[in-house]
Design a protein around this ligand. Structure first.
Ligand SMILES: [Zn+2]
Length: 524
């Protein structure tokens, strides 16, 4: 086998140990050495950058061990690695496992784990209480997973490309639990796993994980074991599904922590664990076919109901704007439709409306253009994305574009369907507000805050809104979607749903779980 061996070093606050660690490293063994710094608070990154023969990267924000490792693995796979060795530059593990580990891979193992116990049960410097605890957990894990792993909870590993192609590792946790999840995944796929003895050297204050972290980790492993048992029984959760397609996050421009979440006809929803937002792929080439003229204006009695509903929207939005800009001001409404929001405001506000170039509108005053290329000769007190940001690919680019259009102290308002809301989780792919493929982005509260901060705005308010106009529609239509998928059922049956929808909306909003959210941010 022609092995391309890549060494990965997930690093966090390793400034003190990095240089001696690299000195001891048998560099001739590796085709490449990749270090990813997880936004350390010390100068790990700066020190690493100066080292020869090291490919140094930094995570876009502090991700945790699993997040960092996913990025390391992704980068190694990109470089064509067949065999990936993981070592931690904190010096807790020595390097005596590498050569025997590679020999195991040659003999056909796809996954190699270090073993700190190797006959003698004393481990240099480890907390005394940890030892029997680790032994007991390992025994339980092996029993359930059907493996013979000597030391499950340790940090020296060798991965093969075959293993990483077989398991859905991108869906794993961003914390330490990653390391156990991938073992359970490997066991589920009957991957040949090998053990090699490894020496450890714990010293100083750190000495591995703390008591609290160990307990949380251990509880996490029991959850993974439960999911493993369920998967064996046929109830396969995301963790044990086969690896989905891989796509690049339009905000982060990387694929390292992107997982496939849902599949709806020919479209997929991916979720990025770096910026915590989802996106739709593929993007239809002729987007305009998904926006028929009836999307923009209202006909017949359905049109009449829609018109009333949308008037509720405008009232709510008007209240928010007046709260932040009591004196009025210049407003830019991005994705304005017919410009009804602007019409609802009083004379203290001057509103510019913008819509997509292909929009079939009656109102000729609405500017139809690509916002990213648009160059106005004025600045605004507020830029509004009223349920429009989710229609755009790469919301980050749009926020970046909007930022310099704001006056100092100006606001950006974002009203959006909350992808992480209860309703969304409950209905899954049947959720009305996924609106595939018109919704190219699937935004979360945390995710929007990350994007807003990235472009330099300060987040002032984030809320989930009680929406008695639009909210119940989401519930009713999502429920109808489910019934539609099993066959036609007369509309009459759905009338109780309207009442349930209203009640559900009120209950959810009490718990801050309404499907619609608002984020207000400010230019410094
Ligand atoms: Zn992202």
């Amino acid at each position: 086998m022609n092995q391309k061996i890549v060494l990965i070093l997930p690093a966090y606050n390793a400034a003190k140990t990095l240089i001696p660690f690299l000195k001891a490293l048998p560099k001739y063994l590796f085709g490449a050495i990749i270090l990813v710094d997880d936004c350390s608070s010390d100068n790990t990154y700066q020190i690493a950058k100066k080292q020869k023969g090291l490919l140094v990267y930094r995570t876009p924000r502090n991700l945790g061990y699993g997040g960092n490792l996913k990025m390391c693995l992704g980068l190694a796979l990109d470089r064509g690695a067949n065999v990936i060795i993981e070592l931690h530059p904190d010096g807790e593990y020595k390097m005596d496992g590498i050569i025997p580990g590679l020999a195991k891979i040659k003999k056909g193992s796809d996954f190699v784990l270090g073993n700190r116990f190797k006959g003698n049960s004393k481990i240099a410097g480890m907390f005394w209480w940890k030892h029997p605890f680790i032994k007991l957990l390992t025994a339980i894990d092996n029993l359930i997973l059907g493996t013979n792993i000597k030391d499950i909870h340790q940090g020296f590993r060798i991965y093969t490309r075959d293993l990483l192609n077989a398991v859905n590792f991108r869906t794993n946790s961003n914390n330490y639990l990653f390391s156990f999840e991938i073992i359970a995944q490997a066991a589920f796929k009957h991957t040949p796993i090998a053990n090699v003895p490894i020496s450890t050297f714990y010293k100083g204050k750190k000495r591995g994980a703390s008591f609290k972290a160990s307990i949380i980790y251990s509880l996490g492993t029991f959850k993974v074991l439960a999911l493993f048992i369920l998967a064996k029984l046929g109830l396969i959760s995301r963790l044990f599904r086969k690896q989905g397609k891989v796509s690049q996050c339009p905000n982060c421009k990387s694929h390292y922590l992107v997982e496939q979440r849902l599949s709806i006809s020919k479209f997929n929803i991916f979720f990025c664990k770096i910026c915590l937002n989802g996106f739709t792929r593929p993007i239809p080439e002729n987007m305009e076919v998904y926006y028929p003229p009836t999307y923009w204006y209202y006909v017949g009695w359905i049109g009449y109901i829609r018109k009333i509903t949308f008037e509720f929207f405008q009232k709510r939005r008007k209240k928010w704007i007046e709260e932040y800009l009591p004196e009025g001001g210049d407003i830019l409404d991005v994705g304005s439709g017919e410009g009804n929001f602007g019409k609802s405001l009083n004379g203290h506000f001057r509103v510019i409306n913008i819509e997509a170039p292909f929009a079939k509108l009656r109102n000729q005053e609405v500017i139809r253009t690509d916002f990213l290329k648009w160059r106005p000769n004025q600045k605004f007190d507020a830029v509004c994305f009223w349920e429009s940001l989710e229609h755009l690919d790469s919301p980050q680019d749009y926020l970046e574009k909007a930022y310099p259009l704001l006056k100092k102290g100006g606001f950006i308002f974002i009203e959006y369907p909350r992808y992480e809301s209860f309703e969304s989780k409950f209905f899954g792919k049947y959720w009305l507000h996924l609106d595939i493929p018109r919704h190219l982005s699937h935004l979360t509260e945390k995710g929007l805050k990350i994007l807003v901060n990235r472009v330099g705005l300060t987040c002032l308010e984030e809320t989930s809104i009680l929406s008695l106009d639009y909210g119940p529609a989401g519930f009713i239509m999502s429920a109808i979607n489910i019934f539609r998928s099993v066959g036609f059922i007369p509309l009459l049956i759905f009338s109780p749903l309207i009442l349930i929808g209203f009640i559900l909306q009120m209950v959810l909003s009490v718990f801050g779980e309404s499907p619609i959210g608002l984020i207000v941010s400010k230019r410094k």
